[in-house]
Design a binder for this molecule. Structure first.
Ligand SMILES: Nc1nc2c(ncn2[C@@H]2O[C@H](COP(=O)(O)OP(=O)(O)OP(=O)(O)O)[C@@H](O)[C@H]2O)c(=O)[nH]1
Length: 340
Protein backbone atom coordinates (compact mmCIF):
# COMPACT_ATOMS: atom_id res chain seq x y z
CA UNK A 1 0.00 0.00 0.00
CA UNK A 2 1.49 3.32 -0.95
CA UNK A 3 0.14 6.06 1.08
CA UNK A 4 -0.19 9.73 0.49
CA UNK A 5 2.23 12.13 1.96
CA UNK A 6 2.33 11.69 5.68
CA UNK A 7 1.65 14.72 7.69
CA UNK A 8 4.13 13.51 10.28
CA UNK A 9 7.29 14.51 8.56
CA UNK A 10 10.50 12.69 8.98
CA UNK A 11 12.48 14.10 11.83
CA UNK A 12 15.60 12.47 10.50
CA UNK A 13 18.18 15.23 10.36
CA UNK A 14 19.46 14.09 7.04
CA UNK A 15 16.08 14.48 5.46
CA UNK A 16 15.36 17.92 6.76
CA UNK A 17 18.86 19.24 6.30
CA UNK A 18 18.85 18.40 2.61
CA UNK A 19 15.61 20.05 1.75
CA UNK A 20 16.69 23.62 1.06
CA UNK A 21 14.28 26.42 1.77
CA UNK A 22 15.37 28.08 -1.43
CA UNK A 23 14.24 25.21 -3.52
CA UNK A 24 11.07 26.81 -4.77
CA UNK A 25 12.25 30.27 -5.58
CA UNK A 26 11.03 31.97 -8.70
CA UNK A 27 13.41 32.24 -11.62
CA UNK A 28 15.02 35.61 -12.22
CA UNK A 29 13.81 37.76 -15.08
CA UNK A 30 15.29 36.67 -18.35
CA UNK A 31 15.32 33.01 -17.46
CA UNK A 32 14.49 30.97 -20.55
CA UNK A 33 10.94 29.76 -20.72
CA UNK A 34 10.12 26.29 -19.45
CA UNK A 35 9.16 25.29 -22.96
CA UNK A 36 12.66 26.06 -24.12
CA UNK A 37 14.35 24.25 -21.30
CA UNK A 38 12.24 21.28 -20.45
CA UNK A 39 11.55 19.46 -23.65
CA UNK A 40 8.85 17.01 -22.84
CA UNK A 41 8.66 14.09 -25.14
CA UNK A 42 5.16 12.96 -25.53
CA UNK A 43 4.24 9.30 -25.22
CA UNK A 44 6.20 6.15 -25.78
CA UNK A 45 6.10 6.49 -29.59
CA UNK A 46 8.31 9.53 -29.39
CA UNK A 47 10.28 8.02 -26.64
CA UNK A 48 10.99 4.91 -28.61
CA UNK A 49 12.21 7.01 -31.48
CA UNK A 50 15.00 8.02 -29.14
CA UNK A 51 15.76 4.52 -28.01
CA UNK A 52 17.86 2.15 -29.94
CA UNK A 53 14.83 0.21 -30.98
CA UNK A 54 15.60 -2.35 -33.56
CA UNK A 55 13.34 -5.19 -32.59
CA UNK A 56 9.79 -6.11 -33.37
CA UNK A 57 6.97 -3.92 -32.13
CA UNK A 58 5.07 -4.97 -29.03
CA UNK A 59 2.26 -7.44 -29.43
CA UNK A 60 -0.95 -5.80 -30.60
CA UNK A 61 -3.05 -4.80 -27.67
CA UNK A 62 -0.14 -4.99 -25.21
CA UNK A 63 -0.37 -2.14 -22.71
CA UNK A 64 2.09 0.63 -23.51
CA UNK A 65 2.09 2.17 -20.06
CA UNK A 66 1.92 0.49 -16.70
CA UNK A 67 -1.30 0.51 -14.80
CA UNK A 68 -0.07 3.04 -12.37
CA UNK A 69 -1.44 3.28 -8.87
CA UNK A 70 -3.89 6.01 -8.14
CA UNK A 71 -1.81 9.11 -7.95
CA UNK A 72 -2.92 11.32 -5.12
CA UNK A 73 0.33 13.19 -5.38
CA UNK A 74 -0.37 14.79 -8.68
CA UNK A 75 2.36 15.54 -11.08
CA UNK A 76 0.48 16.97 -14.00
CA UNK A 77 2.64 19.48 -15.72
CA UNK A 78 1.64 23.07 -15.67
CA UNK A 79 4.36 24.39 -17.87
CA UNK A 80 3.79 28.03 -17.13
CA UNK A 81 4.89 27.64 -13.55
CA UNK A 82 6.60 24.32 -13.25
CA UNK A 83 10.17 25.27 -13.93
CA UNK A 84 10.01 28.46 -11.91
CA UNK A 85 9.21 26.50 -8.82
CA UNK A 86 11.92 23.94 -9.26
CA UNK A 87 14.97 23.96 -7.08
CA UNK A 88 16.90 23.50 -10.25
CA UNK A 89 17.09 26.57 -12.46
CA UNK A 90 17.20 25.36 -16.02
CA UNK A 91 20.02 26.34 -18.30
CA UNK A 92 19.89 27.71 -21.78
CA UNK A 93 18.52 25.21 -24.19
CA UNK A 94 20.69 23.84 -26.93
CA UNK A 95 20.39 21.49 -29.79
CA UNK A 96 20.04 18.28 -27.80
CA UNK A 97 16.83 16.53 -28.61
CA UNK A 98 15.52 13.09 -28.09
CA UNK A 99 15.13 12.60 -31.78
CA UNK A 100 18.83 12.94 -32.19
CA UNK A 101 19.62 10.45 -29.48
CA UNK A 102 21.71 7.56 -30.57
CA UNK A 103 22.03 4.14 -29.14
CA UNK A 104 23.40 3.59 -25.69
CA UNK A 105 26.35 1.98 -27.39
CA UNK A 106 27.02 4.89 -29.72
CA UNK A 107 30.46 6.32 -30.20
CA UNK A 108 31.61 8.52 -27.32
CA UNK A 109 31.74 11.61 -29.49
CA UNK A 110 28.05 11.30 -30.26
CA UNK A 111 26.87 10.67 -26.76
CA UNK A 112 29.23 12.79 -24.75
CA UNK A 113 26.70 15.49 -24.12
CA UNK A 114 23.62 13.27 -23.79
CA UNK A 115 23.06 11.30 -20.64
CA UNK A 116 20.23 8.79 -20.63
CA UNK A 117 18.98 7.76 -17.24
CA UNK A 118 16.45 4.99 -16.68
CA UNK A 119 14.15 4.84 -13.69
CA UNK A 120 13.51 1.20 -12.83
CA UNK A 121 11.81 -0.53 -9.95
CA UNK A 122 8.59 -1.95 -8.66
CA UNK A 123 5.21 -0.40 -9.17
CA UNK A 124 4.19 2.36 -6.79
CA UNK A 125 7.64 3.21 -5.48
CA UNK A 126 7.54 6.72 -6.92
CA UNK A 127 9.35 6.50 -10.26
CA UNK A 128 6.90 8.74 -12.06
CA UNK A 129 6.87 11.21 -9.23
CA UNK A 130 10.65 11.36 -9.24
CA UNK A 131 10.67 11.82 -12.99
CA UNK A 132 8.11 14.55 -12.53
CA UNK A 133 10.34 16.45 -10.15
CA UNK A 134 13.05 16.37 -12.77
CA UNK A 135 10.73 17.41 -15.56
CA UNK A 136 9.35 20.30 -13.59
CA UNK A 137 6.00 18.82 -12.75
CA UNK A 138 4.08 19.99 -9.78
CA UNK A 139 2.21 18.12 -7.11
CA UNK A 140 -1.37 19.24 -7.28
CA UNK A 141 -4.02 17.35 -5.45
CA UNK A 142 -6.78 19.26 -7.24
CA UNK A 143 -6.35 17.56 -10.60
CA UNK A 144 -6.00 14.00 -11.76
CA UNK A 145 -3.22 13.60 -14.26
CA UNK A 146 -4.70 12.91 -17.67
CA UNK A 147 -1.56 12.36 -19.59
CA UNK A 148 1.50 11.74 -17.48
CA UNK A 149 4.72 12.00 -19.41
CA UNK A 150 7.21 9.21 -19.71
CA UNK A 151 10.35 11.00 -20.72
CA UNK A 152 11.89 14.29 -19.78
CA UNK A 153 14.80 15.99 -21.41
CA UNK A 154 16.55 19.01 -20.03
CA UNK A 155 19.78 20.86 -20.41
CA UNK A 156 21.35 21.23 -17.00
CA UNK A 157 24.62 22.40 -15.54
CA UNK A 158 26.51 19.92 -13.40
CA UNK A 159 29.90 20.95 -12.05
CA UNK A 160 29.96 23.91 -14.43
CA UNK A 161 29.47 21.74 -17.48
CA UNK A 162 26.26 21.63 -19.43
CA UNK A 163 24.71 18.30 -20.33
CA UNK A 164 21.50 17.07 -21.85
CA UNK A 165 19.92 14.76 -19.35
CA UNK A 166 17.12 12.53 -20.52
CA UNK A 167 15.14 10.73 -17.82
CA UNK A 168 13.05 7.77 -18.92
CA UNK A 169 10.14 6.57 -16.82
CA UNK A 170 9.11 3.68 -19.01
CA UNK A 171 9.83 0.64 -16.88
CA UNK A 172 6.92 -1.76 -17.21
CA UNK A 173 6.11 -4.55 -14.81
CA UNK A 174 5.23 -8.07 -15.81
CA UNK A 175 5.40 -9.82 -19.13
CA UNK A 176 3.95 -6.95 -21.07
CA UNK A 177 6.97 -4.87 -20.08
CA UNK A 178 9.59 -7.43 -21.02
CA UNK A 179 10.48 -6.15 -24.45
CA UNK A 180 10.60 -2.58 -23.23
CA UNK A 181 12.69 -3.50 -20.21
CA UNK A 182 15.23 -5.18 -22.46
CA UNK A 183 15.59 -2.06 -24.53
CA UNK A 184 15.84 0.09 -21.42
CA UNK A 185 18.71 -2.09 -20.34
CA UNK A 186 20.50 -1.70 -23.62
CA UNK A 187 19.96 2.02 -23.90
CA UNK A 188 20.47 3.56 -20.49
CA UNK A 189 23.72 5.24 -19.54
CA UNK A 190 22.78 5.03 -15.87
CA UNK A 191 20.07 3.25 -13.90
CA UNK A 192 18.20 4.42 -10.84
CA UNK A 193 16.75 1.38 -9.08
CA UNK A 194 13.97 2.90 -7.06
CA UNK A 195 12.41 1.25 -4.03
CA UNK A 196 10.14 2.67 -1.39
CA UNK A 197 11.48 2.82 2.15
CA UNK A 198 7.90 2.10 3.21
CA UNK A 199 7.70 -1.09 1.17
CA UNK A 200 10.15 -3.84 2.09
CA UNK A 201 9.06 -5.96 -0.80
CA UNK A 202 10.20 -3.32 -3.28
CA UNK A 203 13.55 -3.29 -1.47
CA UNK A 204 13.92 -7.04 -1.59
CA UNK A 205 13.50 -6.95 -5.38
CA UNK A 206 16.51 -4.69 -5.83
CA UNK A 207 19.20 -7.42 -6.12
CA UNK A 208 17.19 -9.26 -8.75
CA UNK A 209 16.74 -6.10 -10.79
CA UNK A 210 20.40 -5.21 -10.48
CA UNK A 211 21.51 -8.66 -11.56
CA UNK A 212 19.28 -8.35 -14.57
CA UNK A 213 20.82 -5.00 -15.47
CA UNK A 214 24.33 -6.33 -15.18
CA UNK A 215 23.58 -9.55 -17.00
CA UNK A 216 22.10 -7.49 -19.86
CA UNK A 217 25.26 -5.38 -20.18
CA UNK A 218 28.06 -7.64 -18.97
CA UNK A 219 30.76 -5.68 -20.78
CA UNK A 220 30.01 -2.44 -18.98
CA UNK A 221 30.49 -0.99 -15.56
CA UNK A 222 27.00 0.43 -15.40
CA UNK A 223 26.37 3.35 -13.10
CA UNK A 224 23.61 2.18 -10.76
CA UNK A 225 22.11 4.13 -7.90
CA UNK A 226 19.73 2.57 -5.40
CA UNK A 227 17.10 5.14 -4.56
CA UNK A 228 15.18 4.75 -1.31
CA UNK A 229 12.21 6.97 -2.06
CA UNK A 230 9.44 8.24 0.25
CA UNK A 231 11.85 9.12 3.02
CA UNK A 232 9.28 11.62 4.27
CA UNK A 233 7.02 8.79 5.45
CA UNK A 234 8.79 8.27 8.75
CA UNK A 235 6.03 6.34 10.50
CA UNK A 236 5.55 3.86 7.70
CA UNK A 237 9.24 3.25 7.14
CA UNK A 238 10.15 -0.43 6.70
CA UNK A 239 13.68 -0.10 5.33
CA UNK A 240 16.29 1.81 7.26
CA UNK A 241 18.93 4.07 5.79
CA UNK A 242 21.61 1.67 7.02
CA UNK A 243 19.99 -1.29 5.29
CA UNK A 244 19.86 0.63 2.03
CA UNK A 245 23.50 1.61 2.30
CA UNK A 246 24.54 -1.87 3.30
CA UNK A 247 22.84 -3.38 0.28
CA UNK A 248 24.41 -0.78 -2.00
CA UNK A 249 27.83 -1.56 -0.53
CA UNK A 250 27.28 -5.26 -1.04
CA UNK A 251 26.17 -4.78 -4.63
CA UNK A 252 28.86 -2.23 -5.47
CA UNK A 253 26.54 0.58 -6.34
CA UNK A 254 25.50 3.95 -4.95
CA UNK A 255 22.68 4.77 -2.61
CA UNK A 256 20.59 7.81 -1.82
CA UNK A 257 17.31 8.43 -0.05
CA UNK A 258 14.84 10.82 -1.61
CA UNK A 259 11.41 12.19 -1.12
CA UNK A 260 9.94 12.94 -4.49
CA UNK A 261 6.96 14.45 -2.73
CA UNK A 262 9.15 17.02 -0.99
CA UNK A 263 11.78 17.35 -3.72
CA UNK A 264 14.24 16.21 -1.10
CA UNK A 265 17.53 15.01 -2.58
CA UNK A 266 16.04 14.82 -6.06
CA UNK A 267 18.47 17.32 -7.46
CA UNK A 268 21.34 15.45 -5.79
CA UNK A 269 20.05 12.25 -7.35
CA UNK A 270 19.94 13.44 -10.94
CA UNK A 271 23.16 15.39 -10.69
CA UNK A 272 24.73 12.35 -9.06
CA UNK A 273 23.63 10.22 -12.00
CA UNK A 274 25.35 12.64 -14.37
CA UNK A 275 28.52 12.51 -12.28
CA UNK A 276 28.48 8.72 -12.18
CA UNK A 277 28.24 8.59 -15.97
CA UNK A 278 30.98 11.16 -16.38
CA UNK A 279 33.29 9.27 -14.06
CA UNK A 280 33.00 6.29 -16.37
CA UNK A 281 33.43 8.21 -19.59
CA UNK A 282 36.96 9.27 -18.79
CA UNK A 283 39.44 8.01 -21.39
CA UNK A 284 41.25 5.64 -19.02
CA UNK A 285 38.38 4.41 -17.01
CA UNK A 286 38.63 0.72 -16.41
CA UNK A 287 34.92 0.12 -16.32
CA UNK A 288 34.22 0.89 -19.97
CA UNK A 289 33.45 -1.68 -22.61
CA UNK A 290 35.81 -4.61 -22.45
CA UNK A 291 37.55 -5.96 -25.53
CA UNK A 292 35.45 -8.47 -27.37
CA UNK A 293 36.37 -12.04 -28.10
CA UNK A 294 38.58 -12.34 -31.07
CA UNK A 295 39.63 -8.68 -31.15
CA UNK A 296 43.36 -8.01 -31.35
CA UNK A 297 43.55 -6.63 -27.83
CA UNK A 298 41.08 -9.08 -26.40
CA UNK A 299 41.54 -12.50 -24.88
CA UNK A 300 41.87 -15.49 -27.18
CA UNK A 301 38.51 -16.95 -28.17
CA UNK A 302 37.58 -20.21 -26.50
CA UNK A 303 38.80 -23.07 -28.62
CA UNK A 304 36.42 -25.76 -27.39
CA UNK A 305 33.11 -26.01 -25.69
CA UNK A 306 33.05 -24.76 -22.13
CA UNK A 307 32.06 -27.04 -19.30
CA UNK A 308 28.90 -26.16 -17.42
CA UNK A 309 30.96 -25.15 -14.40
CA UNK A 310 33.01 -22.76 -16.48
CA UNK A 311 29.90 -21.34 -18.05
CA UNK A 312 28.34 -20.83 -14.64
CA UNK A 313 31.49 -19.14 -13.36
CA UNK A 314 31.61 -16.84 -16.36
CA UNK A 315 27.96 -15.95 -15.90
CA UNK A 316 28.49 -15.11 -12.24
CA UNK A 317 31.57 -13.09 -13.05
CA UNK A 318 29.49 -11.05 -15.44
CA UNK A 319 27.13 -10.03 -12.70
CA UNK A 320 29.66 -7.79 -11.04
CA UNK A 321 32.01 -5.28 -12.64
CA UNK A 322 34.86 -7.26 -14.05
CA UNK A 323 37.97 -5.27 -13.65
CA UNK A 324 39.64 -5.88 -10.32
CA UNK A 325 41.67 -2.70 -10.72
CA UNK A 326 38.40 -0.88 -10.96
CA UNK A 327 37.24 -2.47 -7.72
CA UNK A 328 40.33 -1.23 -5.93
CA UNK A 329 39.72 2.31 -7.13
CA UNK A 330 36.11 2.34 -6.12
CA UNK A 331 35.16 4.42 -3.11
CA UNK A 332 33.67 2.75 -0.09
CA UNK A 333 31.23 5.55 0.46
CA UNK A 334 28.19 4.36 -1.43
CA UNK A 335 26.36 7.56 -0.50
CA UNK A 336 28.84 9.88 -2.20
CA UNK A 337 27.55 10.15 -5.73
CA UNK A 338 30.43 12.29 -6.92
CA UNK A 339 33.03 9.51 -6.70
CA UNK A 340 33.20 6.02 -8.11
N1 LIG B 1 4.77 10.45 0.64
C1 LIG B 1 5.32 10.23 -0.56
N2 LIG B 1 4.56 9.72 -1.53
C2 LIG B 1 5.16 9.51 -2.72
C3 LIG B 1 6.51 9.82 -2.96
N3 LIG B 1 6.80 9.48 -4.23
C4 LIG B 1 5.68 8.99 -4.76
N4 LIG B 1 4.69 9.00 -3.86
C5 LIG B 1 3.32 8.53 -4.05
O1 LIG B 1 3.39 7.13 -4.31
C6 LIG B 1 2.38 6.77 -5.25
C7 LIG B 1 3.00 6.04 -6.42
O2 LIG B 1 3.86 6.94 -7.09
P1 LIG B 1 4.24 6.77 -8.63
O3 LIG B 1 5.19 7.86 -8.98
O4 LIG B 1 3.03 6.62 -9.47
O5 LIG B 1 4.98 5.36 -8.58
P2 LIG B 1 5.55 4.52 -9.82
O6 LIG B 1 6.76 3.83 -9.35
O7 LIG B 1 5.71 5.38 -11.03
O8 LIG B 1 4.40 3.47 -10.02
P3 LIG B 1 3.98 2.75 -11.38
O9 LIG B 1 3.59 3.84 -12.32
O10 LIG B 1 2.86 1.85 -11.01
O11 LIG B 1 5.18 1.99 -11.83
C8 LIG B 1 1.69 8.06 -5.62
O12 LIG B 1 0.53 8.15 -4.83
C9 LIG B 1 2.66 9.13 -5.25
O13 LIG B 1 2.03 10.33 -4.94
C10 LIG B 1 7.26 10.37 -1.89
O14 LIG B 1 8.45 10.68 -1.98
N5 LIG B 1 6.61 10.55 -0.71
Amino acid sequence: MHTDLDTDMDTDTETTALCPASSHQASPPGTPTPEADATLLKKPEKLLAGLDWGGPPPAPGAPRRRGSMPVPYKHQLRRAQAVDELDWPPQASSSGSSDSLGSGEAAPTQKDGIFKVMLVGESGVGKSTLAGTFGGLQGDSAHEPENPEDTYERRIMVDKEEVTLVVYDIWEQGDAGGWLQDHCLQTGDAFLIVFSVTDRQSFSKVPETLLRLRAGRPQHDLPVILVGNKSDLARSREVSLEEGRHLAGTLSCKHIETSAALHHNTRELFEGAVRQIRLRRGPNHAGGPQPEWGRAEGPAPPTRRESLTKKAKRFLANLVPRNTKFFKQRSRSCHDLSVL
